[in-house]
Design a protein around this ligand. Structure first.
Ligand code: ADP
Ligand code: AMP
Length: 212
């Protein structure tokens, strides 16, 4: 199964994609995580992406398409994948179309619907583990012990782009550049809209139903 997650920043794409990756035994491919790794490792890609990500803008289509092309060519992605954060522009969606070819019967495009005002609250209390990538919410999904990752014991931190100004820009980019991607898939009758409100388990159940 090939799953594409569309949704505003903070709508729960990563949270749900990790669960789906476990239940369907396919890789979770998050372009945001890949870029953050490149920034942490100080690679050339990381150096180019860091200031753009910090300000809440989008990294160029050419760079992102190159990254995803390489990633989808890896052996583990041949049995399926969950894309989280890609495609974010119509140009990226068109390129992805060429990459996945005609296997549309395996493709599921999910749009997580969460209003902007809820997004802002989710992102303000998001805490991430820079070591294993686990994501928490201080109220809705807190770690067992304050500010430490349950899985690996690393100190949890707020993402640098979860500040008010970058968040405003990311939401703008979502409305202007990524919502047209939902329209792109709707026109192909591939879009499945899922209510992203409520507890994580309930959202997960809705997603599993919509995949059938
Ligand atoms: P995205 O990958 O779309 O940016 P995340 O999965 O990182 O979003 O979720 C953003 C924040 O919201 C995290 O702190 C996460 O723990 C929290 N969260 C995710 N799903 C829900 C939900 N259904 N209800 C409340 N909080 C949630
Ligand atoms: P995310 O973790 O999905 O919220 O992504 C974090 C940041 O990485 C975004 O705000 C963008 O700057 C960058 N990014 C991730 N995926 C893409 C993409 N497909 N196209 C452009 N920029 C991206």
């Amino acid at each position: 199964m090939q799953i594409i997650f569309i949704g505003p920043p903070g709508s729960g794409k990563g949270t749900q994609a990790k669960r789906l990756a476990d239940s369907h035994a396919i890789p979770h491919i998050s372009t945001g995580d890949m870029l953050r790794e490149a920034v942490a490792e100080g690679t050339e890609l990381g150096r180019q992406a860091a200031p753009i990500m910090a300000s809440g803008g989008l990294v160029s289509d050419d760079l992102m398409i190159g990254i995803i092309k390489d990633r989808l060519a890896k052996p583990d992605a041949q049995k399926g994948f969950i894309l989280d954060g890609f495609p974010r522009t119509v140009i990226q969606a068109e390129k992805l179309d060429n990459l996945v070819g005609n296997a549309k019967e395996n493709l599921r495009v999910l749009q997580l619907l969460v209003p902007d005002e809820v997004i802002v609250r989710r992102v303000a209390l998001r805490r991430s583990c820079s070591n294993c990538g686990a994501v928490y919410h201080l109220e809705n999904n807190p770690p067992a012990s304050d500010s430490v990752c349950d899985r690996c014991g690393t100190e949890l931190t707020a993402r640098p782009d979860d500040n008010e100004e970058a968040m405003r820009k990311r939401l703008e980019a979502f409305h202007r550049q990524t919502l047209p991607v939902a329209t792109f898939y709707k026109a192909k009758s591939l879009l499945r809209e899922v209510d992203g409100m409520g507890p994580v388990d309930e959202v997960f159940e809705r997603i599993e139903k919509s995949l059938q």
